[in-house]
Ligand binder design. Structure first.
Ligand code: FES
Ligand code: FES
Length: 154
């Protein structure tokens, strides 16, 4: 099936099998490999992308369900070569080691702070609890997201 949706501000029209996941469509058909695939059944959060403003597990969504939607991956969080305030906070706080979980952490945190720029640490922990990190631990990640809140306040 030919579908059309917006990926990081650009209209894309991939030809996909009806059963193809959005994660595999983004990675294999559209070559945006910043979205990582870990568990493939909705548990780890590595594949999280933003669909019409909401953080979504792209391994649990079919590509055909993205028809007409606005999809943002980690590549789309930054419009130029510089780091966003959220990315800069991750670097400052050493909030990553291997980086496998990081795209999902960034997209989840971006969706959260876009809606709730005053989220406290308890709320940040609650929302990020669906994203598994196997090497950094969560203290630095929560600190980074907490520090980035100012950039999301209007
Ligand atoms: S790969 Fe989608 S939640 Fe783990
Ligand atoms: S930085 Fe390695 S899994 Fe999170």
């Amino acid at each position: 099936m030919k579908i059309a949706f917006e990926l990081n501000g650009r209209t894309v029209q991939p030809e996909v099998e009806p059963r193809l996941t959005l994660a595999d469509c983004i990675r294999h058909e559209l070559r945006q490999t910043g979205t990582h695939v870990g568990c493939e059944h909705g548990v780890c959060g590595a594949c999280t992308v933003i669909v019409d403003g909401a953080a979504v597990r792209s391994c649990l969504m079919l590509a055909v369900q993205a028809e007409g939607a606005k999809v943002t991956t980690v590549e789309g969080l930054s419009r130029d070569d510089s780091l966003t305030p959220l990315q800069a906070a991750f670097r400052k706080h050493h909030a990553l080691q291997c980086g496998f979980c990081t795209p999902g952490m960034l997209t989840t945190a971006h969706a959260l702070l876009s809606d709730e720029p005053d989220a406290d640490k308890a709320r940040i922990r609650e929302v990020l609890s669906g994203n598994i990190c196997r090497c950094t631990g969560y203290i630095a990640i929560v600190d980074a997201v907490y520090e980035a809140r100012g950039a999301y306040r209007k």
